[in-house]
Design a protein around this ligand. Structure first.
Ligand SMILES: Cc1cc2nc3c(=O)[nH]c(=O)nc-3n(C[C@H](O)[C@H](O)[C@H](O)COP(=O)(O)O)c2cc1C
Length: 352
């Protein structure tokens, strides 16, 4: 099974399954001398961990990160770093009733067609549990970036068609959905309550903003910063679209409206979303991510079994009602991994 590694210099490989012993990551290419200890993981892992809001799966995992290699006396050594997170609350038996059925909207069907089997116990490698390993790797990437003054912040701008109208990022901690518009956050919660009662789910939009990114990150031609960010973000389950800067709206603007005039003080506007010709321009990088509704729902749907016989499936139980806000630290982590990778690629160039 290919495709488990990401990045050129700062290279992340994740391993493990949702209902196996645990999941983890090997991070190769992290420079020596980065301060790192177990406690560094606590806060970020808690943001992805289920239980932060009433709309999260009831699966309870403490997501304690064990550092197995690459760190000595709370400092990275330059050797591969291995982090491991034990699975503690996997209840595989609860999947028995649907073990032969494909969940619509999930990966069961495509994994079965490709590999001849699928991990019906909570989706194995294509489970959102795998994203805990990405968040752990992102914390290490974040340490490299924060030294350079780069900050990555994700927040909810839309759930179930309800859109945030104000973007006051100081309000994020007051919203259980990490939405900067507290009035809209309440409306989003109400919408989630309603679909939860119906056994249904909702999607939404997350915006990720990078502040303090220096100009010059990104490589011609295939490793453009926006191309790598798109690959990283689209590799997260439930992500169905992503745009940078004015994104799809750019298609409706004139050049005179979409160009960002350049002054000695910098750009007047930021339709580019901080990236021009695949290279960061020093302005905020602005990424918007479309997140689909959770596929596992408590409403009966049509499906087939492994032999192609028609059947009905209901997947109520231990599932999220929405992937937001749990997906936010995952998206931030993927953005950090890309930026750290490009930052380290730049520092290997002689002119830097
Ligand atoms: C943070 C997060 C939590 C998720 N929680 C669930 C869940 O509880 N149940 C579920 O069926 N899918 C959940 N998903 C979505 C599936 O992982 C995803 O839809 C599935 O792997 C199919 O991939 P695709 O949506 O990219 O096509 C979650 C995704 C993320 C990122």
């Amino acid at each position: 099974m290919a495709g488990n590694s990401f990045g050129e210099v700062f290279r992340v490989t994740t391993f493990g399954e949702s209902h196996g012993k645990g999941i983890g990551a090997v991070i190769d290419g992290c420079p020596p001398g980065v301060p790192l200890c177990r406690d560094d993981f606590e806060q970020e892992m808690a943001r992805r961990r289920p239980g932060g809001s009433a709309f999260d799966t009831p699966r309870r995992e403490d997501d304690k990160v064990e550092i197995l290699s690459g760190v000595f006396e709370d400092m990275t050594t330059g050797a591969p770093i291995t982090v491991f997170i034990k699975n503690k609350d996997a209840r595989s038996k609860s999947y028995d009733p649907i073990k032969n059925l494909f969940r619509p909207g999930h990966g069961d069907y495509t994994y079965f067609k490709k590999y001849g089997h699928f991990d019906y116990r909570g989706a194995g490698r294509y489970s959102a549990r795998e994203t805990a390993a990405r968040v752990a790797a992102g914390i290490i990437a974040g340490k490299i970036l924060s030294k350079e003054g780069v900050d990555v912040i994700g927040y909810t701008t839309e759930i179930g068609g309800i859109r945030a109208e104000s973007l006051d990022l100081t309000k994020l901690k007051d919203s259980p959905l990490c939405c900067p518009d507290l009035k809209k956050s309440v409306e989003m919660e109400q919408a989630l309550e309603k679909v939860k009662e119906q056994g249904d789910s909702l999607g939404g939009v997350v915006e990720v903003r990078v502040k303090g990114c220096p100009p010059g990150l990104g490589e011609p031609v295939f490793d453009k910063l926006d191309a790598d960010l798109a690959r990283a973000v689209m590799s997260v389950g439930a992500v169905k679209g992503m745009e940078i800067g004015s994104g799809f709206e750019a298609a409706r603007l004139k050049g005179s409206q979409n160009n960002d005039p350049i002054t000695p003080e910098g750009f007047n506007t930021n339709h580019a979303g901080g990236i021009l010709a695949g290279i960061s321009n020093g302005d905020d990088i602005i990424i918007r991510v479309a997140v689909k509704p959770i596929p596992s729902i408590g409403i009966e749907q049509e499906t087939t079994d492994r032999d192609g016989n028609p059947s009905k499936i209901t997947t109520s139980g231990r599932f999220d009602v929405t992937a937001i806000p749990r997906i936010i630290p995952v998206l931030e982590a993927m953005v950090k991994i890309v930026l750290a990778d490009h930052y380290l690629r730049n520092s290997m160039m002689s002119q830097f």
